[in-house]
Design a binder for this molecule. Structure first.
Ligand SMILES: [Zn+2]
Length: 225
């Protein structure tokens, strides 16, 4: 009877509605882990070092979609812990503890969605490893529309004025680690990096849950010698 009750009242997996163990059912958990990148620190170098936990496909893509569009803020917690586990592997090579800054969303979007998924991921990541979070250092002042249909150049033009530094926030003394859910073209990340650097902040890199690029960034070519 007790096991029957445990089965009946066990929370449903948000992806398939089967009984969950933790946040997901065992099968979905396995599928999420299958998207993990074998070399997450491969692109942790260049102008903007990037570390990604997994590939933006299959079940990980569904989880990130549910987090962003289906009002499932609780999904940020296990994903943030995956980021924490990745960080603890030490592939970043940093000795100084960075300040964690999530990519902000426009206040209108935050209002309709109810949260900023990057901020929730960053908060879970910080909670897991004990880093400091600053979710109001960068502000988003332009409500950029869904940009997947635009060229890289058009996205960058759109994004050029998207972020500003919060004038109320003291300039951090620690270097900044940017956190976001997905890395695709890198336009958003580079724009945020530029704004931070122009304000005198050192940016150590960006940490994301998933990357849509099989070979990761196209831009990180070393200058010709
Ligand atoms: Zn499931």
């Amino acid at each position: 009877m007790r096991s029957l009750l445990a089965t009946v009242f066990r929370p449903a997996c948000p992806l398939c509605t089967r009984p969950a163990q933790g946040c997901f059912c065992i099968d979905c958990q396995r599928q999420i882990l299958a998207t993990r990148l074998p070399q997450p620190w491969q692109f942790w170098h260049g102008d903007l070092p990037i570390a990604a936990w997994g590939r933006y496909r299959d079940t990980l893509k569904r989880v990130l979609g549910a987090l962003k569009y289906n009002n499932r803020p609780e999904l940020a917690r296990p994903l943030g812990h995956h980021l924490g586990e990745l960080w603890l592997t030490g592939g970043h090579g940093l000795r100084e503890m960075p300040l964690v800054v999530p990519i902000p969303v426009h206040p209108d979007k935050r209002l309709t969605r109810g949260y900023n998924q990057a901020e929730l991921l960053a908060a879970s990541f910080c909670e897991f490893i004990g880093l400091k979070l600053s979710s109001n250092l960068l502000l988003r002042q332009t409500n950029t529309q869904a940009q997947h249909h635009l060229s890289v150049q058009a996205r960058e033009a759109n994004l050029a004025t998207a972020f500003v530094m919060n004038p109320q926030h003291p300039r951090p003394t620690a270097p900044v680690l940017i956190v976001d859910d997905i890395y695709t073209t890198g336009a958003t990340a580079r724009t945020a990096q530029t704004v931070l650097q122009q304000a005198g902040c050192a940016v150590v890199g960006i940490l994301v849950v998933a990357t849509g690029k099989a070979d990761m960034p196209a831009k990180l070519k070393l200058p010709a010698r």
